[in-house]
Write a protein that binds this ligand. Structure first.
Ligand code: NMX
Ligand code: MLT
Length: 440
């Protein structure tokens, strides 16, 4: 059986040739126009990014290399064995995102093993993390840790030694495998430094990436391992335009190594309109519970509607709802709901999430601003974690950060392998726009 490195070594020249042919045959053809609204409105729907690992349809949601989430659940190997025996593993998904092929169980396991081998964190990083104040947000701690690991970047070392550009991808792949391997370890250290005594649970080579991450965080229940697999799979990639993936790609295009590139992506993920929304959702639900308990009222459709309007009238967004490009309920919400129906149907917060779904789309529609009144991935993830006693919700975005590395860096691999150039789109001033529209 070929390793991931051997598989990619065979594939890279094939994909390079395909891209050359695509450019030669179709390079001059038009795939979209840009309106003034798009230019000043965050670039929505402008097709200007090249992203191989996933593609989003505004109505249907995300597909990874052509597969929807339910299809991944039917086709990808699981921890126990073939597809269908539980949730797919993130390692299997990574194999798919990198190679465009569904892996066998043995291939997915070989990646698990490869990552396990690389997972050690150097002592200087452990010490650095321990020195950070507990009050520093876990996302900031994660970025500090990842930046400190950059000392060992194999791409940066190869570049400094003058390696030929045709070889960049090999050193980039080395870094990417190292970052994937070490991120859960870093994340577990951040968790323990912030909420516990600085020590982390032990890992076990017979377990997969997700179960080992769970052990490091202090969780030792097969059901929680399954949740971790689902979580790491569904948060991994959301095509290229989302802020964390796009930032990673942009920084990577300067030939910054994967540590630097993904640290930048994490900083984007830490914003409340992006990944931090999952911590905000939990806070919102707890606030509403607290408020109505204090007032002696039940949490039901009526009180949730009231709370949603209060949020909107105070000039805040309802976290977990709306999306920049999706226009229907996020399939990642649906997959988490299905998990909850299977494992925790009677959970109180899960029921509240369900009631929120019954009323908030109508409230947002009546409010009349948001283009998509339906829930996104962040509206459900927190309550699943909470159910298993994972209540440190300021930390939730770190889990998102461990997952998003899988997709964003799979694309960075292909960026280097395909020799993608420095990203540098054109900007214009308001004066330029006025002159342009008046002259056309
Ligand atoms: N609650 C209240 N107002 C909203 C919401 C919401 N959930 N979603 C959109 N709007 C408002 C938005 O703020 C904007 O108002 P204004 O004209 O005053 O600036 C208006 O509706 C139009 O926005 P859209 O074009 O629908 O959305 P946009 O593409 O600008 O923003 C989000 C997308 C995701 C930033 C926005 O829907 C939002 O703030 N949602 C809540 C935060 C959230 O859940 N973020 C997580 C997204 C997923 N992720 O993991 O990254
Ligand atoms: C994501 O997963 O990155 C979010 O849904 C945001 C986006 O796609 O823009």
């Amino acid at each position: 059986m070929a390793s991931i490195q051997e598989t990619l070594t065979e594939l890279v020249p094939v994909k390079q040739a395909e891209l050359v042919a695509l450019k030669k045959e179709h390079g001059h053809k038009v795939i979209g126009d840009v309106t003034v609204d798009q230019c000043i409105g965050g670039g929505r729907d402008i097709k200007s990014l090249f992203w191989e690992t996933s593609l989003l349809d505004a109505q249907e949601g995300i597909r990874f290399r052509g597969y929807s989430i339910p299809e991944l659940q039917q086709k990808l190997p699981t921890f126990k064995g073939p597809a269908g025996q539980g949730e797919p593993t993130p390692e299997a998904l990574v194999w798919l995102m990198l190679t465009d092929t569904i892996p066998t169980k043995a291939e997915a396991d070989s990646l698990t093993h490869e990552l396990y081998k690389r997972s050690e964190i150097p002592q200087h990083v452990v010490a650095l993390l321990k020195s950070l104040p507990k009050s520093l947000h876990p996302m900031s701690q994660l970025v500090v840790g990842l930046m400190a690991l950059q000392k060992d970047s194999k791409f940066a070392a190869a570049y400094a030694s003058g390696v030929h550009k045709k070889e960049y991808w090999k050193h980039t792949l080395e870094d990417i495998l190292d970052v994937w391997a070490k991120l859960p370890e870093l994340a577990a250290l951040v968790f323990s430094n912030t909420y516990k005594d600085g020590s982390v649970g032990s890992k076990d080579p017979s377990l997969d990436y997700s179960a080992n991450f769970a052990r490091r965080l202090g969780y030792n229940k097969p059901e929680f391992d399954e949740l971790m697999r689902l979580y790491l799979v569904i948060h991994s990639d959301h095509e290229g335009g989302n802020a964390s993936a796009h930032t990673t790609h942009l920084v990577g295009s300067t030939l910054s190594d994967p540590y630097l590139s993904y640290s930048a992506g994490l900083n984007a993920l830490a914003g409340p309109l992006h990944g931090l929304a999952n911590q905000e959702v939990l806070g919102w639900i707890l606030d509403l519970q607290k408020k109505f308990k204090a007032e002696g009222k039940p949490v039901n459709k009526e009180t949730i509607t009231q709370f949603a309007w209060e949020t909107l009238k105070s000039g805040k967004v309802i976290p977990g709802y709306g999306h920049a490009v999706l226009r229907k309920t996020d399939p990642r919400y649906t997959s988490q709901r299905e998990f909850a129906l299977k494992y925790l149907p009677d959970d109180e917060l899960f029921k509240i999430v369900g009631t929120i779904y019954e009323v908030v789309p109508d409230v947002l529609t009546e409010h009349g601003k948001t283009k998509n009144p339906y829930p996104n991935v962040d509206s459900h993830s927190g309550v699943l974690l909470w159910h298993y006693g994972f209540k440190e919700f300021n930390y939730y975005t770190v889990l998102f950060g461990v997952s998003r590395a899988l997709g964003a860096l799979s694309q960075v691999f292909w960026d280097r392998a395909l020799g993608m150039p420095l990203e540098r789109p054109k900007s214009v001033t308001s004066k330029w726009i006025l002159e342009h529209v008046n002259n056309s």
